[in-house]
Design a protein around this ligand. Structure first.
Ligand SMILES: Nc1ncnc2c1ncn2[C@@H]1O[C@H](COP(=O)(O)OP(=O)(O)O)[C@@H](O)[C@H]1O
Ligand SMILES: [Mg+2]
Length: 226
């Protein structure tokens, strides 16, 4: 099966000054249905790797392919189309819109899809049910716990059925019990077919995932499948 995502000899240099080489010769292929953790100490290049994999930033050298398309060949417009259709993002700080309820926040994930409002809403409700928030549909972010907010953000990332979801330190602002629940949610969403890359520096979280890629000083120093 073709990879959802393939990186070949990817190097990323931030020009600075001072110039920082954040990624060096990264080779990585992710197959449909994988759930993997990217681990590494602070400054090892995890967020840079996520930005490059998610087509949020261009590489200095090397190739990034998403669903077999070399993203360097795409125009900015094609790239933003690809991001909104094929990629879902989850961040440490959730990035929910405070004035909107949970359903409307999730429906935001479908705004570029040319769907009617009603259909966006129905899909948002289904996505919230999938992440266990069927009873919080009309709550606003400030009425939700941290773990619930992150579930809303995960529902928003998944609602458009992207090819791959990237999460950058999704449990970074959560207590250990809630982190555990979010890790469990990732595992069950993956069992239902979602392809996901979860960036974390928490060993306990990563240890639950079937594959762990380890970064150090911008290089892949480990890639283990359990
Ligand atoms: N926008 C940027 N400009 C310059 N240097 C950056 C930028 N973003 C990150 N870096 C540097 O690149 C390296 C990797 O950073 P990052 O990918 O954020 O690591 P991590 O997420 O693992 O903490 C660090 O040395 C960091 O200081
Ligand atoms: Mg980071």
């Amino acid at each position: 099966m073709p990879s959802v995502l393939r990186l070949e000899e990817v190097t990323k240099v931030y020009p600075g000054p001072p110039e920082v080489t954040a990624l060096v010769d990264i080779d990585l292929a992710i197959a449909p249905g994988e759930l993997l953790a990217v681990m590494g100490p602070s400054g090892s290049g995890k967020s840079t790797l996520l930005n490059v994999m998610g087509a949020l930033d261009r590489v200095t050298r090397g190739t990034v392919e998403i669903d077999a398309a070399d993203i360097a060949t795409l125009s900015d417009r094609e790239l933003s189309g690809l991001r909104s259709h094929k990629i879902g993002f989850v961040f440490q700080d959730f990035f929910l819109i405070e004035g909107l309820d949970a359903t409307a926040n999730v429906a935001e994930g479908l705004v570029y899809r040319g769907m009617r409002r009603r259909e966006r809403r129905d899909r948002a409700v289904a996505a919230l049910e999938r992440v266990g928030l069927g009873r919080r549909l009309t709550h606003r972010p400030n009425q939700l716990s941290g773990g619930e907010r992150q579930r809303v953000a995960i529902a928003r990332a998944l609602v458009g059925e992207p090819s791959i979801v990237f999460a950058d330190e999704p449990t970074g602002n959560l207590d250990s019990q809630t982190s555990e629940e979010i890790a469990h949610l990732f595992t069950s969403l993956n069992a239902e077919g979602a392809t996901m890359v979860v960036i974390t520096h928490e060993h306990d979280l990563a240890a639950r995932f079937p594959r762990i890629v380890e970064l150090q000083d911008g290089r892949v120093v480990g890639d283990r499948v359990r």
